[in-house]
Design a protein around this ligand. Structure first.
Ligand SMILES: [Zn+2]
Length: 590
């Protein structure tokens, strides 16, 4: 028996009593209704239909015969979604409604567009606004800003960004975060975009790469930058505390910045300081920021890394749930893979990184430093670490092999190999590291306060996107949740998974009219086949689109049609609660 009814016949709740008269499909539907597996909402009251002939409610778009998951987490129901312009006009059984465009979904799942809580589509959307790998999974909002955001920038930062550009080359005509987001919208994007302002970015703006605390006046300038970003519509402040120079921030500095976000109703979100053996201390710091700044707070990509630490997840969950009971508004997001991806150089201690990439490489070249690192650093499970995007003659031929493999091929230790890679590649090397427990992934998915983020860009399968390796999460994170974990492993029901992809993050972010299929909401809509949705990206072949998403609408515009991109770019900047209605009002901080 299919888990999802595919009835194309319309029935009202009154039909339930007439089971004997129903077709086999109708009988199935009635049975599901009786079991409470699906429910009918009250009949939809068409609101604001366009004037039509014969007084028939008439809409721009009518999505018919859908199994509607409205984002609330409640049972799905059969019915229609009517859209006028960029707004949902009615949801429910609308038997008499007509649409200028009508789309019969034949019982497919109809849901609010998905929210990617951790997007790195910062550069990929400049290169290609179509946002292919995420749109094809139903993502209609990319939320950026994990520590680093694309603004505010000063001249030195712009110069550094231009010099550090990889395969994706672009000009930087913006200064502030709001200007960057508007730059994307102006160039044309298929998805909506939002961003946190990066605590690291604000720090670099004022302190560069110095390893010290800001003085009082510097801290005030950092706060002023956060204030400006909040007024431009930032979602809050995002930190990433394992990467230099973001890692130089003290808890006090983070509290000071988070307080400004809180003044505007924004959120604090963080890649916490440790995800391994010291994760509980890192959580304590995170909670201290939330408590001291009275701010809603979210943990980026919740996970416990390293087999020796996997058991700590119980304590992590207990700690978060205790804080939630106490009244702190703590949430988390995650990706759905057992491997992380980050910079290879995070395996080295912070003192080597001081002063930026050039200083870092100069230090690494020093034989005394190399000897010291050989003594101080031990790399756990080098066989589980795969360096990515290698370009030098020595390492390019070894692409895809583990650090342990490379080390034995070269007759060096893993640490010596690591240093050699960083020097030959001149920094900037990424790695995939298999360090997360599958069982913990399932456990985390089952937690009601966890939403989802890809921690990746949104790419296509051509052009410059072929020039670098990527983690499969950029192509499969959301489809993998709905295929592997929801359909196959039944970790959570589909309606709950959809709530976590839609209204949960939308409510956490305090978004205006996003995250639900309901009258008055923006028409960000995904139509997919729950029986077929599937990720195909693997660590060996990451550049493979997910399948099973059939249609996507962004602000009422058809972006994915019968599984293919229409080329439409209706994406907009989505602003946070502090938005003052304009951007680029750059005040002088000096
Ligand atoms: Zn991170």
């Amino acid at each position: 028996m299919p888990r999802y009814p595919v009835s194309t016949r319309r029935r009202s709740p009154g039909d339930i009593g007439a089971v004997g008269l129903l077709s086999p499909r109708g009988w199935l539907l009635a049975t599901l209704l009786a079991l409470g597996a699906i429910a009918f909402p009250p009949p939809g009251i068409p609101d604001g239909p366009r004037a039509g002939e014969n007084q028939t409610p008439h809409y721009d778009l009518l999505i018919k015969n859908g199994t509607i998951y409205d984002g609330s987490g409640g049972a799905p129901f059969m019915g229609e979604v009517a859209v006028n312009g960029d707004t949902i006009a009615a949801v429910g059984p609308l038997p008499d409604a007509k649409g200028r465009v009508e789309l019969d979904t034949n019982g497919l799942a109809v849901a609010p567009g998905f929210i990617n809580m951790l997007s790195w589509a910062t550069e990929s959307l400049i290169e290609d606004g179509l946002s292919q790998s995420d749109i094809r999974q139903g993502v209609t909002l990319e939320v950026m800003g994990e520590g680093h955001s694309m603004g505010p920038l000063n001249e030195a930062m712009k110069k550094e960004m231009l010099e550090g550009q990889g395969s994706i080359k672009y000009a930087i005509p913006w200064n502030t975060l709001g200007e960057y987001l508007e730059h994307l919208e102006r160039r044309g994007i298929s998805t909506n975009v939002a961003s946190f302002v990066g605590a690291t970015t604000v720090r670099i703006h004022v302190l560069g790469y110095q390893r010290r605390a800001p003085n009082r006046e510097e801290l005030q300038r950092m706060q002023a930058l956060v204030r400006q970003a909040m007024e431009e519509g930032a979602m809050g402040v995002g930190s990433a505390l394992i990467y230099v120079p973001g890692a130089y921030a003290t808890t006090e500095e983070l509290i000071a910045l988070a307080k400004v976000a809180a003044e505007y109703g924004g959120m604090y979100i963080s890649h916490i300081r440790n995800e391994g053996g010291r994760i509980l201390e890192a959580l304590d710091e995170f909670m201290r920021v939330a408590r001291s700044a009275s701010v809603r707070a979210e943990i980026y990509h919740l996970k416990v890394t390293g087999p020796a630490n996997w058991h700590l997840l119980d304590k992590v969950i207990d700690k978060i749930e205790a804080a939630r009971r106490e009244g702190l508004r703590i949430t988390a997001n995650m990706y759905t893979y057992p491997a992380s991806a980050s910079s290879l150089d995070v395996l080295l201690p912070q003192w080597v990184h001081a002063g930026g990439n050039r200083a870092f490489l100069a230090r690494l070249r020093d034989p005394a430093v190399q000897r010291r690192l050989g003594r101080e650093v031990s790399i756990i499970q080098p066989e589980k670490i795969r360096p990515m995007n290698l370009k030098s003659p020595t390492y390019r031929p070894m692409a895809g092999r583990s650090l342990a493999d490379m080390a034995s091929a070269l007759g060096k230790s893993p640490v010596e190999t690591l240093i050699d890679i960083l020097l030959k590649e001149e920094g900037g090397v990424k790695m995939v590291r298999f360090s997360i427990s599958e069982e913990n992934i399932r456990r985390q998915i089952s937690l009601p306060w966890v939403s989802f983020g890809s921690d990746g860009g949104s790419f296509s399968t051509q052009g410059v996107f072929l020039n670098f390796e990527t983690h499969p999460r950029a192509f499969g994170n959301f489809a993998r949740l709905l295929g592997k974990y929801v359909r196959e492993e039944k970790v959570i029901p589909l309606e709950e998974a959809i709530r976590r992809l839609t209204s949960l993050p939308a409510e956490n972010l305090r978004l205006d009219r996003r995250g639900y299929l309901r009258q008055g909401a923006f028409a960000d809509i995904v139509i997919f086949d729950p029986e077929k949705i599937q990720d195909h990206a693997t660590f060996e072949e990451p550049r493979q689109y997910a399948t099973g998403v059939i249609h996507v609408f962004v602000n009422g515009v058809h972006v994915l049609k019968d599984g293919e991109h229409t080329g439409a770019k209706p994406g907009r900047v989505v602003r946070g609660p502090g938005w003052k209605g304009k951007t680029g009002c750059v005040r002088s901080w000096k």
